[in-house]
Design a protein around this ligand. Structure first.
Ligand code: TXA
Ligand code: MG
Length: 340
């Protein structure tokens, strides 16, 4: 999609004046603000309805800006940045002393990443050219551009549906190609506990190990600080109750729902027997990258059908599906709850 210079200019002027702007990344759409301005960051929390103690990811134009935001940056962080940035990997590092506590949720650490979407990069570079916000720090804080606890948006129209007039500008960069949020890797306590994946994503522990020489621990949902809002059980959730069932049980789950008079929507990835196939609302690819790309927009569409239940065929147990399984499990736990 071509970048519209007028929209980009408007985005920069909003960011420079402490306003919020939604923009595409390769993972999901983000709700951005000048990360060096506590007042601007406060508007993100207000628009999302997100608790103030949940830290945000700061997006940078390049790995050269790492030292502005983080201290005691380990060599491994630089190696991983060189290997995966721009791209869907967020590094948790010790924060620089000046970083507003509003961004880090009061924690001594900060999440940083360089996104790969051309419009996100254009925005970050233009922001830097325009002065880079308060103190010229050039970072854009951006959580996913959804209401707190809900499905992340992967199209501009999703952001409009989630946030409506709460956001003055949504930059439209088309559908996100990765489709699920970045892998979060905690390097802030490398010496004591090693590298830990706090949120699985497109970049796998094996890919990280190929650079670091050792598999990181996978500790999503870990109760120990730092906390990750994406690690809350109820997250990425549709309004409609969602049930994850193994492939052989899909038919039975459909029959049970029907028998109890409930209308169900069914999301699958494999070719099911004809009896079940007649009830399929949407079939996603049986390859994890393509499945992830389509997942959130499929969930959003099925949620909008106002069925009584969404039945999802559980993904394969293979490691390549781990990030998808993580999101679906959280969606199943959080679905149908209000006010999270
Ligand atoms: O792909 C992504 O990461 C997207 C795009 C917009 O970049 N962003 C995103 O942001 O998913 P959000 O806020 O929805 O999720 C960011 C996660 C949260 O779970 C947050 O708790 C965690 O990153 N996080 C941020 N800073 C952290 C820190 N200092 N320590 C631990 N977790 C942190
Ligand atoms: Mg989010």
């Amino acid at each position: 999609m071509p970048i519209e210079p007028a929209a980009l200019a408007r985005a920069i002027s909003l960011l420079q004046t402490g306003e919020i702007v939604a923009f595409p990344t390769e993972t999901v759409y983000g709700l951005g603000a000048d990360a060096a301005s506590p007042a601007a960051v406060g508007k993100i929390f207000a628009a999302k309805g997100r608790p103030a103690d949940h830290p945000l990811i700061v997006h940078l134009a390049s790995a050269d800006d790492l030292e502005q935001w983080a201290i005691e940056v380990p060599e491994l962080a630089r190696k991983l940045a060189a290997a995966f940035w721009p791209g869907p990997l967020t590094l948790i590092l010790k924060r620089a002393a000046w970083v507003p506590l509003a961004v880090t949720g009061g924690q001594p650490t900060i999440g940083l990443r360089v996104p790969a979407h051309p419009l996100a990069l254009a925005l970050l570079h233009a922001f830097a050219r325009a002065g880079g916000g308060a103190g010229g720090k050039c970072g854009i804080a951006a959580p996913s551009a959804n209401r707190f606890g809900r499905i992340s948006p992967t199209e501009a129209a999703h952001v409009r549906a989630e946030l409506g007039e709460r956001v003055p500008l949504i930059l439209d960069g088309g559908p996100c190609t990765i489709g699920i949020e970045s892998t979060i890797l905690d390097l802030s306590r490398l010496a004591s506990v090693g590298a830990r994946v706090l949120r699985p994503g497109h970049i796998t522990p094996e890919q990280i190990a190929a650079v670091s020489g050792a598999l990181p621990a996978v500790a999503p949902g870990s109760a120990a600080p730092p906390r990750v809002s994406g690690s809350l059980a109820a997250h990425y959730a549709p309004h409609t109750p969602l049930r994850l069932v193994s492939t052989p049980q899909v038919q039975q789950a459909i029959d049970e729902a029907r028998a109890s008079g409930r209308r169900c929507a069914v999301l699958c990835h494999s070719r099911l027997p004809d009896t079940a196939a007649a009830s399929i609302s949407q079939r996603l690819a049986d390859q994890p990258a393509e499945y992830a790309e389509g997942l959130y927009s499929a969930l959003r569409r099925l949620d909008n059908l106002a069925a009584d239940l969404i039945i999802v065929e559980a993904p394969p147990a293979a490691p390549a599906w781990a990030a998808i399984a993580d999101r679906l499990q959280r969606a199943a736990r959080g679905a149908g709850r209000q006010g999270e």
